[in-house]
Design a protein around this ligand. Structure first.
Ligand code: AVI
Length: 324
């Protein structure tokens, strides 16, 4: 097993990929100020995210793993003989392993991730652990069109897998675009299994993004450290504060970095002014109901094929079939 922390990469729907500098400067010139959440995940940010998933307050990862384990046999019934499992944003393939174990009918596993190095390394271990399975990694941005390997295209059916509620970090129109892109890649008759964080009491949501140990705050503030390091920024971290709260109207957790005073900061040679209390909006994490996700999916041709949740109904695994 490799000791390195699996580096999480959050893709952003976009045909051309602007640079970190362009995105940060454009975001800091805008009103309100914002920086795309995908930039959280440098090495330190990926490590902090791994720690978040283990926090007592951050329930999503534990709930999803438990639900996958408890219902693996049921979920595996969706898998026809010889099918290919295509995981969007596979990272360390930890969750896929649960399905691979439960569904020996799978002939191929296609981990797709923007971080090629990580999935190639993971593929070596998967081939050793699942000798009957063809492991066919693809390095790609999951929000853009990409080609599947021929063996996966030739499979009688392709089943998409998108766990982790990563869909919650997309704006709703981006989530629709992702679902449409997934349908095009997986083709007619495909299925899609998605993990999504559910709407729940606001105290539970707020606690999950305001942990007592302050790890989520460090994860948020690490964005400023990254800007300082990579873009010659002059952010003083003790003059910014982590703010995270549930926006009931928009069904989302918002994360911000609030300036504690009026100040000027330099980024890539440009001066950015902050009012006292002004924030940089760094992340949205949308929460769905089973119905609202199904409605979004139906809008682009995916029809419900199954739904599983934990005892507290905190997190949901939903399956869809593509109707075309
Ligand atoms: C990766 N993503 C699903 C996490 C979430 O809950 O939206 C990222 C995160 N942000 C703060 N804590 C965790």
């Amino acid at each position: 097993m490799v000791a390195a922390v699996a580096r999480k990469r959050l893709p952003q729907p976009s045909s051309d990929t602007p640079s970190f500098e362009t995105d940060v400067l454009e975001g800091l010139r805008a009103t309100p100020k914002q920086v795309p959440a995908k930039y959280f995940y440098d090495a330190a940010g990926s490590h902090l995210f791994e720690r978040i998933t283990e926090l007592p307050e951050y329930y999503p990862t534990r709930c999803e793993m438990k639900t996958l384990r408890e219902h693996a046999a049921d979920i595996a019934r969706l898998v026809p003989q010889g099918a290919a499992l295509v995981e969007f944003g596979s990272g360390s393939s930890k969750k896929a392993r649960i399905l691979l174990r439960a569904a020996p009918k799978l002939a191929a596993y296609v981990p797709v991730d923007i971080c090629g190095e990580m999935i190639e390394q993971e593929a070596i271990e998967l081939r050793a652990d699942f000798p009957q399975l063809k492991v066919l990694p693809v390095t790609a941005d999951i929000c853009n069109p990409f080609d599947l390997p021929d063996e996966a295209k030739a499979a009688p059916e392709r089943i998409g897998f998108f766990p982790g509620s990563t869909i919650g970090n997309f704006e709703p129109h981006e989530a629709s675009a992702f679902l449409r892109n997934a349908a095009n890649i997986l083709e007619a008759g495909a299925k899609l299994i998605i993990g999504v964080d559910l709407i729940k009491p606001v105290e539970v949501l707020n606690a999950a993004y305001n942990d007592a140990a302050g790890v989520t705050a460090r994860f948020n503030l690490n964005l400023l450290t990254r800007i300082n390091r990579e873009l010659g920024g002059t952010f003083r971290l003790n003059t910014f504060e982590h703010h995270a709260f549930y926006n009931r109207e928009r069904h989302r957790i918002e994360m911000h970095l609030a300036s504690l005073k009026r100040q000027k900061v330099k980024v890539a040679g440009e001066t950015i002014e902050f009012r006292a209390g002004e924030t940089i909006h760094t992340e949205n994490s949308y929460k769905y109901s089973a119905e609202s996700l199904a409605a979004l999916a139906r809008g682009v041709g995916w029809l419900p094929a199954g739904s599983w949740t934990d005892a507290r109904k905190y997190f949901s695994i939903q399956a869809f079939t593509f109707a075309g």
